[in-house]
Design a protein around this ligand. Structure first.
Ligand code: NAD
Length: 473
């Protein structure tokens, strides 16, 4: 807890929870149980570094809730890791999973290291030892707790985790499901990389398709023609920009660490990415204007603003200058509570991170299901569907005496591949979650914002699971 902030991160999550709990009918005791972190494993273990010295590593795994099992949440490598942060992030995972109907409890892990200060060999030793500690305490497994990547970790670390787990639990037939975010060759799923950005797009598109909301915001329905500003050209920002552009929106500005660029008729994110790769900066992109400061992009005239970089980028200072009509929180925590209040007063819609960036965990759930079923999505039905479609098309052409174009034929015949099914499952998930949250928000005029409505949705779902378990009458 810093001296300026009156609440720790976990306490601030509790406050948001309490604010939303007022709009639910649940018993105080049940609400207390939902809020509490069920198990906290704080560990220290020694690792011999490349220079021969032994370093004691501080690490955590927090299982916030087992109302559904397994629990799920990423593992973070960062010097900022502490018990309070891991607790807060684990509880947010419980609510996030509940909102998007992913049947997991929330968890989170953290290792207090700076990944850049360690060699790959040291990182491997640390990751494998951490996994072994989790195995010893029964804190990992396809039916217990399933980690995933987070800050500072990726496919490589997940591959080390699954390999360590499998060597310590020989014969566990479902062992590949002990972690998600794995490389495809180790049991990963296609469509994971773009999942969060695509989920952001699906969520915002659904809001844009709601006439009553769009009228209130002074916009027409639909994504087409909307002017979009994206902050961050990393994984989430790049893919959000890509899907908005592909669906007819105009990405007028993209901001990065080194600056921001503006182009009235729209930026192609891939071209900008290549320009950055070649020149080391997004600035001086052909046909675009450089903005004086990278934060200027946040204050541009536009319809939709997508902060997809860091936390706390919009606060009480710059929120009054933001001109977007809708803000899609692709990053985690891009708005401070002061900014949130300012936007609520100004009638700017904030689509909250807790569900909008849930594409990653949703596709992780699909990966886990793939691992448990031991078969790639689409393997059983792809050819069957294609044969059936060819037959139906042949019948129609025979009966009508007409033929469809080559392009149409390919489209109709196509049997679903793994990536098609993953995208389609994600689309369904994000549409349903958006509608459920909106229904809660619109049905109670006292609920101040969509974030609180998202919490209400989460609390209701977790509470119902507890009552279904017979834990509370
Ligand atoms: P990333 O590291 O791939 O991308 C972040 C980008 O933001 C980088 O390119 C970085 O240079 C840029 N950036 C840093 N400071 C900036 C600034 N001041 N102005 C503009 N750009 C700046 O990370 P990511 O995976 O895209 O994650 C972005 C956010 O989304 C984080 O808050 C993360 O927690 C959240 N998120 C990510 C996922 C996921 O699946 N990757 C899932 C849920 C939430």
């Amino acid at each position: 807890m810093s001296s300026q902030q009156p609440y720790s991160f976990f306490q601030s999550v509790e406050r948001s929870f309490d604010k939303a709990a007022k709009f639910t009918k649940w018993d105080k005791g049940l609400l207390e149980q939902i809020k509490a972190c069920n198990s906290i494993y704080s560990m220290r273990f020694p690792v011999k570094m490349d220079n021969g010295e032994i370093e004691v590593i501080e690490a955590y795994r927090v299982q916030h809730s087992q109302h559904k099992t397994p629990c799920k949440g990423g593992i973070r490598f960062s010097l900022a890791v502490n018990e309070d942060e891991v607790m807060a992030l684990a509880s947010l995972m419980t609510y996030k999973c509940a909102i998007v109907n992913v049947p997991f409890g929330g968890a989170k892990g953290g290792i207090k290291i700076s990944p850049r200060s360690h060699s790959a060999y040291e990182l491997e030793k640390i990751t494998r030892r951490y996994t072994a500690e989790l195995v010893k305490k029964n804190f990992i497994g396809p039916g217990i707790d399933v980690p995933a990547p987070d800050y500072g970790t990726g496919e490589r670390e997940m591959a080390w985790i699954v390999d360590t787990y499998q060597s310590l639990r020989p014969g566990d037939i479902d062992s590949a499901g002990c972690v998600t975010g794995k490389p495809i060759t180790q049991g990963g799923v296609r469509g994971r990389k773009e999942a969060t950005g695509l989920g952001v797009f699906f969520g915002i598109r659904e809001v844009c398709n709601m006439p009553e909301i769009m009228t209130k915001l002074g916009m027409t329905t639909g994504v087409e023609g909307k002017r979009v500003v994206v902050q961050g050209l990393g994984n989430v920002g790049y893919h959000s920009a890509k899907f908005f552009r592909e669906h007819g929106a105009i990405v007028v500005s993209i901001a990065e660490y080194e600056g921001a660029v503006y182009k009235e008729d729209g930026i192609n994110e891939e071209e900008l990415f290549q320009h950055r790769k070649a020149t080391g900066s997004i600035l001086n992109f052909p046909g675009a204007t450089n903005l004086a400061k990278n934060t200027d992009a946040l204050e541009l005239e536009c319809d939709i603003l997508i902060p997809a970089a860091l936390e706390n980028v919009i606060d009480g200072n710059n929120a009054p200058r933001v001109k977007a009509k809708m803000i899609g929180e692709a990053a985690n925590g891009p708005l401070t509570p002061e900014a949130d209040e300012i936007f609520a007063e100004r009638g700017i819609l904030v689509v909250p991170d807790m569900y909008l960036n849930a594409g990653g965990v949703t596709v992780s759930y699909f990966e886990w299901l793939k691992n448990l079923s031991h078969v790639r999505y689409g393997r059983m039905e792809k050819r069957f569907t294609e044969n059936m479609n060819a037959h139906i098309l042949g019948q129609i052409e025979g009966l009508t005496g007409k033929t469809v174009s080559e392009k149409e034929r390919d489209f109709i015949m196509h049997g679903a591949e793994e990536v098609d099914l993953v995208h389609s499952g994600l689309e369904e998930t994000m549409i349903n979650a958006t509608r459920e949250i909106m229904e809660i928000w619109l049905s109670n005029p006292e609920i101040p914002d969509m974030r609180t409505a998202a919490y209400v949705s989460a609390i209701n779902k977790v509470a119902i699971s507890y009552t279904e378990l017979g834990i509370f009458p």
